[in-house]
Structures are given as C-alpha cells and as structure tokens.
Design a protein around this ligand. Structure first.
Ligand code: ADP
Length: 492
C-alpha cells in the first residue's frame, strides 16, 4: 500500500506530545510490513535543516487561503534511512518561536489559517512529488480538512480516485472550532456543504467534525477511549461518532522499545534491564542530586512528565502533594504548558523545597532521567486517549499510579498482593481521596522489597509494542480501501 501520513508533529523533528511519537513510529512498523510510507509535516523554525540534512525540491507551489495566494517550498529528508519525509515550508505560517502558540499555552490567533494552508499544501505536495496514496492518514484537527477537501473541492481530481482517508483522533478535547462566517470562505468551501451532516457543528466550523464527516474510517488510540468518546466523554462529538459507530476503531498506541530502553539509553547515568535492574538505584540517586533532594535510596520517589494541562489531573497532584508530606516521599515533576498549573506547582515547591522539585521546560534527556530514576509515576489524568508516558514508565520499571480512564484503563492493572498480578495502581473515582489512597497503597508495597520487585518485573513484562497494533492498522486500512471503492462505484 502507498500510505501518506499527514500531521502537525512527528519525532524526532518536532514534538509537543504523544501525537509526535505515534507519527514518527508507526510508519517504521508499516515500512517493515512492506508498505511505501511517507510523511508530510510543516517546516517549523525549530526543525534544524542542517541536523536533518534537509534538501529543497526544485519547484515552488502555491495554494489559495481565502483570497491570498500562499506559496511554499518542499524540503525533504529520510526518516530511518528509508521513509521519505516532506516539510511544507512557508515563512509566514511556520517560522515562529512556538508550534501552536506561546510559552503559556495560548494558541496563535491564526491557527485556523495555518492549518487550512497546511492541509491544502499537503494535497498539492503529494501531487507534485507524484506519490499516489492508497491511504491518507490524517491525525488530529490540524489535518481534518483534508478528507473534506478530497470529497468536495477536489472530488473530481482523478489523482485521488483510489485514495481512502483515515482520520485519527488523538485527543477529542482539541477540535479546532472556529467562526463559520469567516472561516468557511477562508478555507474555500461552499456554503452548500455547511450542513449538519457535513461541515456544520453547532453553528461553528469545526475541523475535527469536517474530518469525521468526510473520512472513510475513523480511529482513535485505545479501545476504551473509542467507547468513551461515543458517550459522555465525546465533548459533543458523540453525535457524529454514534451514527458511524461501525467505522470507529480503537487501536492502542505502542512505544518504540529501541528508543525507550533503559539498557541502551544514553540519557541516563547507568543502564539496566528487566533481567538486572540493580542499577536503577543509581539513576534514582542521580535524579535526587539533580533535584537537590537528600540522596537517600529509601525515599519513595514519585515522578511525573506531562503537558501542564487540566486534562492531566494536576488538581489531584497539587492536592496530593500537601497530603503525602508525612510519607517518606520526594516528588519531581517535569512539564510545560498552562501558566496557572506552572505557578501552582512552583508555589508547592516553595512550600516544600526539600521534597518537591518542578522543572518547567520541555526537556527530553531529563524526561528519560525521571522515567528511570523515579520509583513510581503519577498520571491521574481526568481523561486519557491512550497515554504514552505510563507505557514508557513501565519500560523503565517505574510503577504507574493512574486513573482508570481511556488508554490508562487498557494498559495498567492494579497490583494484587495475593496473586502477584498487575503492573501498577489504578483508582476509579476521580477524586483527591482516591488518588492519595493509591499513593499510600503503593508506598506500603514499596516498603516490602520482595513485593515491589515482583511489581517492577510485572512492569517490565508489560509489552505495548507496535508489532500488534500495526497489524490492526493494516486491517483498518484495508476496510478503508473497500469503503472508498463502495463510495466511488455506488456513491455510499
Ligand atoms: P499527550 O500526548 O497527551 O501529551 P502522552 O502520554 O500520550 O500525552 O505523551 C506525552 C509524551 O510527551 C511522552 O513521550 C512524554 O515523555 C513527553 N513529554 C511531555 N512533556 C514533556 C516535557 N516537558 N519534556 C519532555 N518530554 C515531555
């Protein structure tokens, strides 16, 4: 199959969250299955052309955004030596300090325009490079307009007659909802398509809705989240998803175990493995030093690496920090995003300087050091489409403490002291009390080295690699191709 991934982020080039991990990793596994996979991304200022050896293709293209003609170039390089990646370069839209907005998590005022441009440019770029995709796999609202363009403004373009579209929801909270009166003409759609079963969504023009209404198949990133978003957790989108319930797939994300591997990880001070994890304590001591904590291996070190967003349960974390000061804990948090959360956490660091350390940047090496050095990993998300951080923590033998929601429910099971089963601690009522109970529970087990070592082994044995998920993606792509055929031949 010819598969084109279109997304706003992709590791190693640009990352703000799990979306980038998925877009940068799934293609490698599809490639191993023999598919021709390519990726299109915006060329942000942060993507270093020299480091990635980008070359510029010898033509200039343009698309209309409203009444303006916007031109762009395509830069390219290879991911892993065999996956072509194309970067859409336009200074006006992507040559900025942030990816989606400023440091405080405030989105750019022209994001709707930036991703109209990017979606149109991706469609033109794929034609220019003469790569005829069987599948265009669109990720999140930034690319939601692509399925809509292919079935409206570009429906007569023979280049795409055999092209099916997949729209993957990585997080239903980010929909790209804009004022219709100004956005529709900017995007170049006809008012005839502004209907409740097409582009219109509660009197707004919503990019995710556009993707869901026009794509051939919908997917999201865990089976539980797929069910949840068809109900109350759908943030309004359940009315679109329910009628298409047979087209909704929930496929769990995996992680790249070559990259997230404590045995070979160069970012950590001492390597260790599932077979021999004695060195994990050296990583813990290193982390304690880095945090200016007392270096003491008996301390129960709780780590967290996360976007600062209310979704991630920071109200529970902040509440818990005060309530667990009586335990022998140290808490280290790395994150960036919401100013309010950042200030709240920094205040707690000020109150408890000996036991709380907050790092407020985006820091890949430090994230590895926390995954390796912490004993347990806090992830009390209010909702969580899949969650990669808890899976990464498992790979480093660091025990997740999570809320039972979405992908967290699909990957983490409560530890049973009697059966020795389970790989973490799971609470199922989103409340400070339940979270603190689980931390206490974890601390009790931690004090029993025999049980804690069993639990660590269970973490190491939890395998969420892409090997399984890639097969499910292939099956889904085949269904999408069939759907497209039905659409072209029978109009359904
Ligand atoms: P989401 O996509 O909602 O942000 P995930 O758990 O799916 O959450 O993925 C988060 C990814 O981003 C993980 O790889 C995590 O390590 C990484 N990450 C989040 N914040 C930071 C940060 N401040 N520094 C480094 N890595 C981070």
């Amino acid at each position: 199959m010819n598969i084109l991934m279109v997304a706003a982020e992709c590791v190693p080039f640009i990352k703000t969250g799990g979306l980038a991990d998925v877009v940068g990793t799934l293609p490698k596994y599809l490639k191993q299955q023999g598919h021709d996979v390519r990726i299109i991304l915006p060329k942000y200022r942060q993507i270093d052309g020299v480091k990635y050896n980008l070359t510029t293709l010898p033509f200039r293209l343009s698309v209309m955004v409203g009444k303006e003609q916007e031109s762009f170039r395509i830069k390219t390089c290879m991911l892993d030596g065999n996956i072509p990646v194309y970067f859409v370069e336009n200074m006006r839209y992507f040559n900025r300090l942030g990816v989606y907005g400023d440091d405080n998590g405030i989105g750019y005022g022209d994001n709707r325009e930036r991703f109209i441009f990017f979606s149109k440019a991706a469609i033109e770029a794929v034609k220019a490079i003469m790569f005829r995709p069987d599948i265009i796999h669109c990720h999140d609202w930034h690319t939601g307009l692509i399925p809509a363009y292919l079935k409206t403004t570009n429906s007569h373009d023979g280049f795409f007659w055999n092209t099916s579209t997949i729209y993957t929801i990585h997080n239903i909270a980010y929909q790209g909802s804009f004022d219709a009166a100004s956005t529709l003409p900017l995007a170049g759609f006809s008012w005839e398509d502004y209907k409740s079963d097409k582009l219109e969504f509660y009197n707004t023009f919503n990019y995710m809705k556009a993707g869901l209404a026009y794509c051939d198949i919908i997917s999201t990133v865990s089976p539980t989240y797929a069910k949840e978003i068809q109900g109350d957790a759908g943030k309004g989108m359940q009315v679109v998803l329910q009628p298409r319930k047979n087209d909704v797939y929930g496929i769990l994300n995996g992680i790249d175990y070559n990259y997230w591997n404590p045995k070979t990880d160069k970012n950590i001070v001492a390597n260790y493995s599932a077979e021999n994890f004695e060195n994990k304590v050296l990583c813990k001591k290193y982390l304690q030093e880095k945090c200016n904590f007392k270096v003491d291996e008996s301390k129960f070190v709780l780590g967290c690496v996360s976007r600062f967003d209310t979704q991630k349960g920071f109200d529970l974390i902040m509440d818990a920090i005060g309530r667990i000061q009586n335990l022998n804990t140290q808490i280290v948090i790395l994150g960036s995003g919401s100013r309010e959360i950042k200030d709240g956490l920094l205040y707690l660091q000020h109150l408890y300087p000996d036991t709380v350390r907050i790092f407020t940047d985006y820091n890949e090496p430090l994230s590895h050091q926390i995954y390796a050095g912490a004993d347990a990993f806090l992830m009390p998300s209010k909702f969580e489409p899949c969650g990669l951080s808890q899976i990464i923590a498992l790979a480093y033998g660091t025990v997740p403490i999570v809320n039972k929601t979405g992908g967290l429910a699909d990957t983490i099971e409560n530890f049973s002291q009697s059966k020795f089963t389970g790989n973490g601690f799971v609470f199922d009522l989103y409340a400070g009390e339940s979270f603190v109970d689980k931390i206490n529970n974890a601390y009790d087990i931690y004090k029993n080295k025999f049980l804690w070592d069993i639990l660590i082994k269970n973490c190491f044995n939890s395998n969420y690699s892409w090997d399984n998920s890639v097969k499910e993606y292939e099956k889904m792509y085949n269904v999408a191709i069939q759907r497209r055929l039905n659409y072209v031949i029978y109009g359904i």
